[in-house]
Design a protein around this ligand. Structure first.
Ligand code: SF4
Length: 361
């Protein structure tokens, strides 16, 4: 199922900007969404009748996890468990075994994944941030060499900036485009590390993309997904990065594929996390490998540690878990890891180019 096509300029409601809990269209009724960790969240947790909740924080907030946990405890009177493993996305909620007795989850820094069922009530605190004013940023972008036909994509923290920036850019002669994207995305224009379908939808209408957010994680993923230059704008500092070297990135992936084209014994990496679990695909890839005279073993895990693959009699891996394991972390592992489209190219079942990003639908 695909969502409606593109919108030129979104309003605040469409990008999810709000002052309190909002349901995400098409999402789980167990999801509650908050822009920041504020009084509405504490009120709703108190009203929920829970005794114990589990707090999950992304890697960037691990330093503050204990302080945030105290805030929750003091603000609600509930028992709070703090999950040790960093949360990489809304795809990896703690299982009941991981957080015994927890009756609800508080997840910081992520939006819900609407097409992923939730086992427990989950309070998503998106940690939205206010950047510099849209008119100032647009005025600076007008003086840059950015293409005028521009796709806009934002991290969840900066979703609120997308509509006003699009309007300001339009007033300055740009043709900004924001794609709604597929059912894994909560908001139009949202960047998710495994799904850039919003950006892909507007590809024929743009000559480049502008990512609003910090860090390189999303610009890299976006550059794999779309055959256009990708710039990144830090909404807090206003700094505009140079476009990424997409050709070089793809060339390195093609070299990795070439290294393992002759591998006979493959491991298929399958995660048990609720939002990364593509076991059906794991079995389909195993059948494809065997049809090409290869052996393939399906290895299951929740979070993958490179040490878990040391010493195995396997020559190469394909990951059906988070696609960023292969693309961003592959060098930490003892053998090369491919994404599913790369694996099919290694088997000779699809062409190497055009490069295809492993979109998690
Ligand atoms: S699968 Fe990977 S990229 Fe997608 S939400 Fe999960 S951690 Fe993020």
């Amino acid at each position: 199922m695909r969502s409606p096509p593109t919108e030129k300029v979104m309003d605040a409601e469409q990008t999810g900007a709000s002052a309190g809990p909002t349901p995400v269209p098409g999402g789980s009724p167990r999801a509650r969404v908050y822009p920041t960790l504020g009084p509405e969240l504490l009120r709703d947790l108190r009203a929920g009748g829970y005794r114990k909740v589990v707090l999950q924080t992304p890697a960037g907030l691990v330093r503050d996890a204990s302080t945030l946990s105290s805030q929750l405890r003091e603000g609600t009177g509930l028992a709070v468990l703090t999950l040790v493993r960093a949360c990489f996305g809304a795809c990896d909620p703690p299982s009941p075994e991981e957080a015994p007795g927890a009756e609800a989850i508080v997840t910081l820094g992520h939006a819900p994944i609407p097409n992923m069922p939730l086992r427990l009530p989950t309070f998503f605190v998106e940690m939205r941030q206010e950047g510099r004013p849209a008119d100032e940023l647009a005025a600076e972008l007008q003086r840059s060499s950015l293409p005028r036909r521009l796709g806009l994509v934002g991290s969840i923290q900066h979703m609120d900036l997308l509509p006003p920036l699009a309007r300001e850019l339009e007033a300055r002669g740009f043709s900004p485009r924001i794609g709604r994207g597929g059912p894994r995305l909560a908001y139009a224009g949202q960047a998710l590390g495994c799904n850039y379908t919003g950006a892909e939808q507007v590809l024929p209408e743009v000559d480049g993309y502008l990512f609003l957010g910090t860090g390189r994680f999303h610009p890299l993923g976006l550059a794999y997904a779309v055959e256009r230059p990708v710039w990144a704008l830090d909404p807090l500092s206003g700094e505009l990065s140079e476009p990424l070297d997409r050709e070089g990135m793809i060339r390195r992936r093609l070299l990795t594929i070439a290294q393992v084209t002759g591998a006979r014994r493959w491991g298929i990496l399958a995660s048990s996390f609720d939002g990364q679990n593509r076991q059906g695909m794991a079995f389909a890839l195993k059948a494809r490998a065997e049809a090409r005279g290869r052996e393939a073993d399906i290895l299951v895990f929740d979070r993958l540690d490179p040490r878990d693959l040391v010493g195995r009699a396997l020559e190469a891996y394909v990951s059906v878990a988070c696609p960023r394991i292969a693309l961003d972390d592959g060098e930490q592992f003892p053998r090369p890891i491919l994404t599913p489209p790369e694996f099919l190219a290694a088997l000779g079942d699809r062409p190497l180019l055009p490069y295809r990003f492993d979109t998690y639908p």
